[in-house]
Ligand binder design. Structure first.
Ligand code: PMP
Ligand code: GLU
Length: 395
């Protein structure tokens, strides 16, 4: 801890996903042959039609500051996308484009949370929900789940976690890290609880919407009695393999969108102009244009599940979406392998890094201390080699 720094940053955890990716990079530079399955990052190139529109935007001399909440044409493309893919109606004042969905989430936490407000996080949750909420003064309340219920909360779990201080709930479906997808029926059952607590805001992170292997994506905002307090978060990082282009967006109640616009105007301004132009092209195209990536992820899911089934002590659910497996590896707790005693998921993940040269992320970072997250947004060759290395290291 550095006392010259703010308490804010001293108390904050480093993003475990990014930290593991950095560590893998460092070890590679030292000459180690590390297979990185830690970062949730598609290994595909950006589709050509999207690249071409970015090149065109440069040649068309897009260069200046953009409106804080995004180009009008992009907001229109987002509105059309929400209608086409989700059956949701928004008007432009309800849309804010940001520098990645991560910034959208940070904006929301900053504009909605006061000191001591409680934020419900069905666990496992995406790593940054917790620290973003705390940064804004929130107190996180985890709602634990188990592999037996496919890592999904029930209405009873939800109701038990609500207190007079509950301000919001944040979840992703498809879920990073578990891959679980809430069905319309399951979301309705959760909505039936939430309607009794009108002050709770729902942050529905739908960034993996298209990476869904069973079909049937539903947004909480589809329910008339939830629409005016649900904020849908989405972006192009995952479905369009545009992680480094940094475009995310929200669709939500007007008063929340206006506040995000105000917040962003003081912190980063509008998102990158070239990436915004390219995102218009991406979102205007039918999702069938990116289906080849989803099909590839689906095959890799089967590949990794088959290989995992062959590793003793790994217990995995079948992820319905996203590109992660989240096996329970608690079987290894208390065991000593290659003179290393494993007492936690972090120990296990570090053991895999050191003895199998495979980078994963500890489940502790996602609020589940029994699991590790393995990303299969990687080539078949790397998945096969990584699982073989893990199996060898453990047996
Ligand atoms: N939400 C979830 C669930 C994610 O996995 C990610 C991954 N980065 C984000 C938000 C942030 O995405 P972006 O790249 O748009 O900031
Ligand atoms: N969302 C990705 C992940 O979970 C990218 C890393 C990050 O933004 O934290 O790995």
């Amino acid at each position: 801890m550095n006392t010259k720094l703010s308490n804010r940053v001293n108390e904050m955890a480093t993003s475990a996903t990014l930290a593991m990716a950095a560590k893998a990079r460092e070890l590679r530079q030292e000459g180690k042959d590390i297979i990185g399955l830690s970062l949730g990052e598609p290994d595909f190139s950006v589709p050509n039609f999207v690249k071409e529109s970015a090149v065109k935007a440069i040649n068309d001399n897009y260069h200046s500051y953009t409106p804080v909440d995004g180009y009008g044409e992009l907001k229109q493309a987002i509105i059309t996308k929400f209608k086409r893919d989700n059956g949701l109606d928004f008007n432009p004042s309800q849309i804010v484009v940001s520098t990645g969905a991560k910034q959208s989430l940070a904006n929301l936490a900053m504009v909605l949370l006061n000191e001591g407000d409680e934020v419900l996080l069905p666990a496992p949750y995406w790593v940054s929900y917790s620290d973003i909420s705390k940064l804004a003064g929130g107190v996180t309340v985890e709602i634990p789940t188990t592999i037996e219920t496919d890592f999904k909360i029930t209405p009873k779990d939800l109701e038990a976690a609500i207190t007079p201080k509950t301000k919001m709930i944040i979840y992703s479906s498809p879920c990073n890290p578990s891959g679980s997808v809430y069905s319309k029926k399951e979301l309705r059952a959760l909505a039936d609880v939430l309607v009794k607590y009108p002050n709770i805001i729902v942050i529905s992170d739908e960034i993996y919407e298209h990476i869904n292997y069973e079909g049937g994506h539903t947004s909480m905002a589809i329910f008339d009695d939830m629409k005016d307090r649900t904020v849908v978060v989405n972006g192009v990082s995952k479905a369009y393999s545009m992680t480094g282009w940094r475009i995310g967006y929200i669709g939500g109640p007007d008063w929340i969108a206006r506040a995000c616009n105000k917040m962003q105007g003081q912190i980063t301004s509008g998102a990158n102009c070239i990436a915004q132009r390219a995102t218009i092209t991406a979102l205007e195209s039918p999702p069938s244009k990116i289906q080849y990536m989803v099909d590839a992820f689906k095959e890799r899911r089967q590949l990794i599940l088959n290989l995992i089934a062959d590793i003793p002590g790994f217990k995995a659910n079948i992820p319905q979406g996203a590109f992660y497996v989240f096996p329970d590896i608690s079987y290894y707790f208390g065991k000593t392998i290659k003179e290393v005693t494993i007492s936690s998921a972090s120990d296990f993940s570090l053991f895999l890094l050191e003895h199998a040269n495979v980078a994963t992320v500890t489940g502790e970072a996602f609020g589940d201390p029994n699991c590790i997250r393995i990303s299969y947004a990687a080539s078949d060759e790397n998945i096969i080699e990584a699982m073989a290395r893990i199996k060898n290291a453990l047996t």
